[in-house]
Design a protein around this ligand. Structure first.
Ligand SMILES: Nc1ncnc2c1ncn2[C@@H]1O[C@H](COP(=O)(O)OP(=O)(O)O)[C@@H](O)[C@H]1O
Ligand SMILES: O=C(OP(=O)(O)O)[C@H](O)COP(=O)(O)O
Ligand SMILES: [Mg+2]
Length: 395
């Protein structure tokens, strides 16, 4: 990957800086349940403040699909940011238009403005040139520090870089450095664990991982597309129907490459997606047709923990179950515990995976917690990240 310009390569004093961060934090009833991603952006924001820049922050939250969703506003993130910076943060209700232009015109050096969720505009995810230009017109310099969204070619992560000087932030730089080093000459056995809910996004990376790892462990919502492809009844569990053939091809490729492919052998099923649901542990061949599997079972968790403890390098993205709800947290907890205990090098990625590890108070026991899930997987796969390639080359 080409070296990119960083904040140190540009003059910042008095400059308006459009700084893309990933404040896509897990929320529950309007409250932030894990602020890892906000804390991770603080060094860059402090650096800009210290240099006397006018700091215009932009982020997405959730997937509002181009419409305003009251529960996806960045208000709580702005409040948390102000606490962490110990400094006022002007939170705006939109990310383009007159209100924004006016607020930016009134900024003093070292002031911080937080724009509203950029995904409230349909042009964001389409990487619409007109929207990217509107973002660029607000600023003199673009700083990308949103590693978690660096695999997206969107208006505020990539498009904007066409119009103004574009450099990387400290978090983006650090993530690329640490992940790059861990993977350059991986220690073996090398194990990758993939779970979570973004099945369509993540299933593709398995292909490349099968050329690299010794063990591939599958959990979370991802598991059921594989189980269904093998002919099991999965009830109402998460399924990407059009990925079933792909799933089978991966099982075959694993055999050819002599990669141990681990799927759940037992699961926790529920008659409802809720904390009060009726639940039971069943073998994977006995999932009731009107129930859904929301966690790996205890036998599976024990087996996965053994593999992890025998590994020299483990990368993990995506929770093993719906860990946010107590009855479905055990699988994720057991895997996190094994990651904490193994003597191997451990890398965890993803907004929700990081939140899970923090919830179990095991964050300090991990070697690296990446703020990106999909982003770290695509980086490890060797794919170019649009949020990085868009930045100016350091020639
Ligand atoms: N079996 C399952 N069914 C439905 N959702 C699941 C299941 N297992 C895990 N999840 C959900 O996956 C979500 C996280 O997925 P994802 O965003 O892909 O991970 P990350 O943020 O770590 O990259 C969690 O909110 C969790 O509740
Ligand atoms: O939460 C994110 O990714 P992750 O769930 O893979 O960690 C990023 O903010 C990207 O969000 P997106 O997957 O809606 O583009
Ligand atoms: Mg997530």
């Amino acid at each position: 990957m080409k070296l990119k310009k960083t904040m140190k390569d540009v003059q910042l004093e008095g400059k308006r800086v459009f700084c893309r961060v990933d404040f896509n934090v897990p929320m529950e009833e309007g409250n932030i349940t894990d602020d890892t991603r906000i804390r991770a952006a603080i060094p860059t924001i402090q650096y800009l403040i210290g240099k006397g820049a006018k700091v215009i922050l932009a982020s997405h939250l959730g997937r509002p699909k181009g419409e305003v969703h009251e529960d996806m506003r960045l208000t709580a993130a702005g409040e948390r940011l102000a606490e962490l910076l110990d400094k006022p943060v002007t939170k705006l209700d939109t990310s383009i238009g007159e209100e924004v232009v006016h607020a930016v015109a009134n900024m003093q050096n070292s002031d911080v403005v937080l724009l509203e969720n950029v995904r409230f505009h349909a042009g964001e995810e389409k990487n619409d040139a007109a929207l990217a230009k509107q973002f660029a017109d607000l600023a003199d310099i673009f700083v990308n520090d949103a590693f978690g969204a660096a695999h997206r070619a969107h208006a505020s992560t990539a498009g904007i870089a066409e119009y103004i000087p574009a450099v990387s932030g400290l978090l983006l730089e650090k993530e690329l450095d640490v992940l790059g080093k861990a993977l350059s000459t991986p220690e073996r056995p090398f194990t990758a664990i993939i779970g979570g809910a973004k099945v369509a996004d993540k299933i593709g990376v398995i292909d490349h991982l099968l050329d690299k790892v010794d063990h591939l462990i599958i959990g979370g919502g991802l598991a059921y597309t594989f189980l269904k492809a093998q002919g099991y009844e999965i009830g109402k569990s998460l399924l990407e129907e059009d990925k079933m053939d792909l799933a089978m091809s991966f099982i075959k490729k694993a055999e050819e490459n002599d990669v141990k492919f681990h799927l759940p052998t037992d699961v926790v099923v529920a008659d409802d997606f809720s904390v009060d649901a009726n639940t039971k542990v069943v073998p994977v061949d006995s999932i009731p047709s009107d129930w859904e599997a929301l966690d790996i079972g205890p036998e599976t968790a024990k087996n996965y923990a053994e593999v992890i403890k025998g590994s020299k390098l483990v990368i993990w993205n995506g929770p093993m179950g719906v860990f946010e709800l107590e009855p479905f947290a055990n699988g994720t907890k057991q895997v996190a515990q094994a990651m904490a205990e193994t003597t191997g090098y451990t890398v965890i990625g993803g907004g929700d995976s990081a939140a899970a590890v923090e919830k179990f108070n095991l964050g300090e026991k991990m070697d690296h917690i990446s703020t990106g899930g999909g982003a770290s997987l695509e980086f490890m796969e060797g794919k170019a990240l649009p949020g990085v390639t868009a930045l100016d080359d350091n020639e």
